[in-house]
Design a protein around this ligand. Sequence first.
Ligand SMILES: [Zn+2]
Length: 312
Amino acid sequence: MRKNIFIILITVLFVNCKQSTTAQLQTSASDIADIMNFLASDDLGGRDTGSEGLEKAAHFIEEEFKKYKVAPYFETYRDVFDVKGIETYNVVGFLKGTDKELAKEVIVLGAHFDHIGSGKEVNGDVIANGANDNAAGSSAVISLAKQFAQLKNNKRSILFVLFGAEERGLLGSEHLAKVLKEKKVDLYAMVNFEMIGVPLNDKSYKAYITGFDKSNMAEKINEYAGSELIGYLAKAKEFQLFMRSDNYPFYKQFNVPCQTISTFDFTNYNYYHHVDDEVSEMNFEFMADLINSCIPVITKMANTPQKEIKLN
Ligand SMILES: [Zn+2]
């Protein structure tokens, strides 16, 4: 009897231990809430280029990177550039690949963390909090950095980039793409996250990708995910979204697959560049689920012996 209890105890301990390891390597809705509640708070004033709020956001992201031992890619986490006399920056974290050869190949995971500052007044509110656009995408990149820093299973290197001055015309991504090109970085692919805070309605897939027919990225993502994670959205093509976010400067510089994952389809969210783009409108459960679905996908991207994602 005693012996049995002992065995049961050991089994329970082992199972619990296993569960807590897996649980740790998942992003929870409350993890997302913590990031979103900070980045899209009124205190950050809409994260405009050159603002104190953007500085606070950058500092927060740097602290997250430090906490999880995501290294600065440059001398510091900041990649500084100029926007018409205003000094601003991208925040860039780096996880070196674990394989000597494959580590030379780089995957960029990105999202812009700046926003427009203020907007047209509604009920006395002028702060454009930019919760969906794009604290949401930023929370994905921060969470993925945290997960991969703990997993330590990326043979290829990964850059985690929070872009500045996207709202001023994709200026942060343009700057960094140029710098990486000059450094002759071997870019495998770039995956950008934009407006993933609200689920799509009546779609079989969880998110769409811009530039769907430019590469086999969607097909490979679904293969790696083992489910229909990514689909084709006709509106994305109609509005040429492929050219309207930070993936585009990378595509222009490197001519490799660089695409944006989004769930904003022009019908499921009324607050694009609106002061009501607030945290209260976000679906944290959905976001966490989407981000967690990306973990096996990026793991596979970072580990296949050959570059499997290619332009068509
Ligand atoms: Zn945006």
